[in-house]
Ligand binder design. Structure first.
Ligand code: SAH
Length: 253
């Protein structure tokens, strides 16, 4: 079954929308948006993509839904299922890739358990695309042979953190931190404590691909302070490749 296959009434398609610029949606993602009867949209999904929706399509901004008796995710699952059971073609539009810190699998499982057919259109994840939009490759031949993508949502040492910062510090891979703005000082401190070189280049790229994209570059030991005023969403890149971070990348290209 190809990703360009027509949407079926009564089915759900989870579409990864890329980091926010509609130009970074996939062709299959756009085709799904064009055919949808109802779109359930996250706040980090590309707003420009909604212009492709059919004139009669219903657009639900699920990030603005009031909290009811259910947690928001349960409510979203319920909406997906209700709309699909009403025979609509349902598109769930998310930022980046739905399976990278996107709760995509929770929605796949909910649909499957409800007997609602569901398929996935992968998206361009901000983990790779946002560094690239600031001129930073997550790998580079001769320099780094891998990258590790982590969530900074909970700080190191927090009971809910399952990340091994000693291993990350010693991994030799580029580190890409999502949802890490608030905890950046604690994250960089943990890496330094575990022996990462304090002069390792680092960069914070906020609102990548948006007209107000912002890039802050500093050595690891200074990056949290330098990026103190940055507004999320932002991706932090730590590693030799971050030396190429540049505000003016697109203009120079
Ligand atoms: N599924 C998404 C990630 C969801 S978690 C993906 O694959 O991209 C949300 C985090 O993604 C944000 O906190 C931020 O770290 C990152 N992010 C998403 N869009 C971004 C953007 N346009 N610019 C910078 N960071 C972004």
């Amino acid at each position: 079954m190809g990703t360009l296959e027509a949407l079926s009434p009564g089915a759900v398609v989870l579409v990864g929308g890329g980091p926010g610029d509609a130009g970074l949606m996939t062709v299959a993602g756009r085709a799904a948006v064009e055919q949808a009867d109802v779109l359930l949209v996250d706040h980090l999904a590309p707003a420009g993509a909604l212009e492709w929706a059919a004139p009669g399509a219903e657009i639900v901004d699920v990030s603005k839904m009031p909290r009811g008796p259910f947690t928001p995710q349960e409510r979203i699952n319920e909406l997906l299922i209700t709309h699909a059971r009403a025979g609509r073609r349902v598109v769930r539009l998310k930022g980046g890739d739905g399976f990278v810190f996107g709760r995509g699998m929770e929605e796949v499982i909910a649909c499957t358990e409800a007997g609602v057919p569901v398929r996935v259109v992968p998206g361009v994840s901000s983990a790779i695309a946002v560094p690239a939009l600031a001129g930073v490759p997550v790998t580079h031949r001769g320099l780094v042979q891998g990258f590790s993508v982590i969530s900074g949502h909970v700080p190191p040492g927090h009971p809910q953190s399952s990340l091994d910062y000693a291993a990350l510090a010693a991994s030799g891979t580029t580190l890409v931190v999502l949802m890490g703005v608030a905890n950046l000082a604690a994250i960089t401190e943990a890496l330094l404590v575990h022996g990462m070189d304090a002069t390792t280049p680092a960069a914070v790229v906020a609102r990548g691909g948006h007209p107000d994209q912002e890039v802050v570059q500093a050595p690891l030991r200074d990056i949290a302070r330098a990026a103190g005023a940055v507004r999320p969403p932002a991706v932090t890149v730590i590693g030799e490749v971050a030396r190429w971070a540049s505000e003016a990348f697109e203009e120079e290209a």
